[in-house]
Ligand binder design. Sequence first.
Ligand SMILES: [Zn+2]
Ligand SMILES: [Zn+2]
Length: 244
Amino acid sequence: MKEIKLDVHTHTLASGHAYGTINEMIKEASNRNLDILGITEHGPGIPGACNPFYFFNIKVVPRMQYGVKLMLGAEINILDYKGTLDLKPEHIKHLDLRIAGIHFQCYKPRSIDENTTAIINAIKNPDIDIISHPDDGHCPLDYEAVVKAAKEYHTLLELNNNALRSSSRLNVAQNQETLMKLSMKYDVPMICGSDAHYMNDIANYTCIEPIIKKVNFPDKLIINYDSKKFEEYINENAKNRLYH
Ligand SMILES: [Zn+2]
Ligand SMILES: [Zn+2]
């Protein structure tokens, strides 16, 4: 892979099952020469995750430290096929970055149509920037419909490094390959996410790399190589948000 400039899917102590502090994470991001580090704590649907009140006060944290731009956000849970989220607009409006994803602690997979509707409704939500790990075969999705919606509603789909190492998920590599091929077909950028729960995993995309090589996924569709392009992408979304 080319030089990685950003990783915006990471967790700290605040998520309840991750182990670094914000300060430790940002120092490590600086050591790894990242331009941008995103810390996206789990929404309240995950056991031990932040109370929503956590997000009210994140303005106190300086956003530029050790030469790295810090974006504080959340990985918000999708709760049902309507795309209902587990953070309310009054919390979401404080975030620099909004990821939405399905986790089985608070979403029960149903038919492929219902799962696809859940994801597409989150994609359509103007508050959501990224969909995390849409790659678990336990929650089957119509990938063509998902990629087309991501293009239409300007939402990034994630290639999640952590999911590729998980023994509890199904067909992740195959599903990420399918997502990459469809992204090439429809010319839609994707974002790699480490999903780091400790400093050593920041910007670690080593499990995604072989799939990128296998399908010859073009550099121009990997947004992690260009922090300006990423910021423009997020700023474009900010214009359409419901709450400011
Ligand atoms: Zn987690
Ligand atoms: Zn997740």
